[in-house]
Design a protein around this ligand. Structure first.
Ligand code: SF4
Length: 229
């Protein structure tokens, strides 16, 4: 990582660790981190001669395997309880239940090679856009054709998505800065499958307590292990 990305990662780590320490929670610090992330990525795109092809209503990437950190799912849960109509929440949870039944039959590699519609994708729009995870914020593509090809052939891992290098580096630096701050302040830093974590956060009131105590948060959700990818 070059100096400016390393500085961005360190700066994000320090701000977030300070915020988490003061507020004794990761949720408000995560919202603030998302705002800083969006601002830096937007400026980077403005300054880049290459632009993303992404636009509202294009949702090929919302059929990829989506992963979340525990703090991201807790923020999504809080946002859903405050902002989503009960009928929409039920629709999302039903969709996650159907997805989870399929995902639990797949190996991690098979999951990567399968199009599964994210439960939050409603009428081709993200229903939790303000609190979507870092993975979703980071994703972009320069050519929609590669997204179309990957969607049509999900098991063909040779299809490469052309990215804007600066955007990718800043995305990694900033998300890793926050994640390291959450980990170093004692919170669960594991990565989980989005669908099964979503079902557990609604089904088990102890999830939040485990998070606050620095324990492994999700007991039934699928944990994503790096070596399994
Ligand atoms: S959370 Fe939103 S942006 Fe991310 S995959 Fe789901 S619908 Fe798409």
């Amino acid at each position: 990582m070059s100096d400016k990305f390393e500085q961005a990662a360190i700066g994000e780590y320090e701000r977030s660790a300070n915020d988490i320490g003061k507020l004794k929670t990761t949720l408000t610090p995560l919202k603030r981190s998302y705002l800083r992330f969006d601002k830096i990525i937007s400026t980077t795109i403005d300054e880049s001669p290459t632009k993303p092809a992404c636009k509202a209503g294009c949702s090929y990437c919302c059929y990829y395997k989506v992963e979340v950190k525990a703090h991201e799912m807790l923020l999504i849960h809080e946002h859903m309880k405050k902002n989503l109509a009960p009928a929409l929440t039920t629709q999302i949870l039903n969709s996650a239940t159907e997805n989870a039944a399929v995902i639990r039959t797949l190996t991690p590699k098979e999951h990567l090679a399968t199009n599964i519609k994210c439960p939050f994708l409603i009428e081709n729009q993200c229903s939790i856009y303000d609190v979507r995870p870092f993975r979703c914020r980071s994703f972009h593509a320069v050519k929609v054709e590669s997204c179309e090809a990957s969607f049509a052939n999900p098991s063909d891992f040779s299809i490469a998505t052309e990215l804007i290098e600066e955007v990718s580096h800043y995305s990694d630096a900033l998300s890793q800065g926050f994640e390291a701050a959450a980990m170093d302040t004692g919170y669960d830093h594991r990565t989980y499958d989005l669908n099964t974590a979503l079902l557990e956060v609604f089904a088990d009131a102890s999830v939040e307590k485990r998070y606050k105590r620095g324990k492994k948060v999700f007991k039934t959700a699928i944990e994503v292990l790096e070596e399994a990818e």
